[in-house]
Design a protein around this ligand. Structure first.
Ligand SMILES: C[S@@+](CC[C@H](N)C(=O)[O-])C[C@H]1O[C@@H](n2cnc3c(N)ncnc32)[C@H](O)[C@@H]1O
Length: 270
């Protein structure tokens, strides 16, 4: 979640609390229930963290299409995805949840082929009652020939109809516990081989604070023998499944910085 979307969430929370004071306790209770359940079932308080430099090439990455608008993933999230895609010879990428296409177009610049599964505009209008939100879906995808978009609900979609396995899979659709658990169970069946990687967005409310409901959903949806290969990636809001042998640690918040990033920005009209 970006800074601006955090502000928006806080604003909505405050508005909710004013109209329905009990709601704040429901949200906090919910996350703290998942925190307790995660510890009870798996004996963990959070995911172990691996350094983002395990995935960046020479500690560098560049992002071409970034809006800095609400709903964007963090720059480092996209840098992680793009770097992972680059690490495969001819990356086959699957994304569940694409919205404007921001993560999709950045990965498409380096992947061989990208498949995107997203709710159809009609379904989005029905769910969100906001036609503008619906019409913005895919608005950043212009001339990318290596993207196939499938309009479907990932909760009911038959993934076997894809007839394909993937090197890199990004799960970033419905972030409720049940939906993440279901998406997770489905994508584990779509991995090409032992080098294949899954990335989940929103494993945290920020790059430091765990989102227990999502972490519990990931663990409940994954084969138990793979739990030891699931981590949080430093400086991002992403969780990762990778069979690479990596050093990991438990992040404490506030986290003392051990690196800084340099950023140059430039923009153009679309
Ligand atoms: C957070 S946005 C994705 C952002 C995008 N990955 C990025 O980083 O630029 C989530 C998207 O998931 C879609 N979505 C939500 N529930 C879904 C479902 N059950 N099946 C497919 N797509 C879904 C929404 O329409 C929205 O476009």
């Amino acid at each position: 979640m970006t800074f601006s979307s955090k502000i928006k969430v806080i604003y909505r929370l405050i508005a909710n609390i004013i109209t329905n004071p009990i709601s704040v306790f429901l949200i906090l209770e919910d996350e703290s229930d998942y925190k307790k359940a995660l510890f009870k079932k798996y004996g963990i308080a959070k995911l172990r963290t691996v350094d983002i430099n395990n995935f960046l090439q020479n500690r560098k990455a560049s992002i071409e299409s970034y809006t800095y608008l609400d709903g964007s993933s963090m720059v480092t999230d996209l840098a992680l995805l793009k770097s992972l895609a680059t690490s495969f010879e001819a990356c086959e990428y699957l994304e569940i949840g694409s919205w404007r296409g921001e993560s999709l177009v950045n990965v498409a610049n380096v992947a061989h082929h990208c498949t995107s599964i997203n709710l159809s505009p009609d379904e989005i209008v029905k769910l969100s009652k906001n036609p503008e939100y619906a019409t913005q879906h895919g608005c950043l995808i212009t001339d990318k020939l290596n993207i196939t978009t499938i309009f479907a609900n990932s909760q009911t979609f038959d993934f076997s109809t894809l007839n394909k396995k993937f090197d890199l899979i990004f799960v970033d659709a419905d972030h409720s516990y049940e939906a993440v658990k279901n998406d997770t169970a489905n994508v584990f069946k779509l991995l090409k081989d032992e080098n294949s990687v899954i990335v989940w967005h929103d494993c945290g409310f920020s790059s430091e604070l765990p989102r227990y409901s999502v972490i519990k959903a990931i663990f409940d949806g994954s084969p138990v023998e793979f739990h030891k290969h699931i981590y949080h990636v430093s400086n991002t809001m992403c969780g990762i499944y990778t069979r690479k042998n990596l050093e990991s640690y438990l992040i404490q918040s506030p986290h003392r910085p051990d690196k800084v990033f340099s950023i140059t920005i430039e923009n153009k009209d679309i």
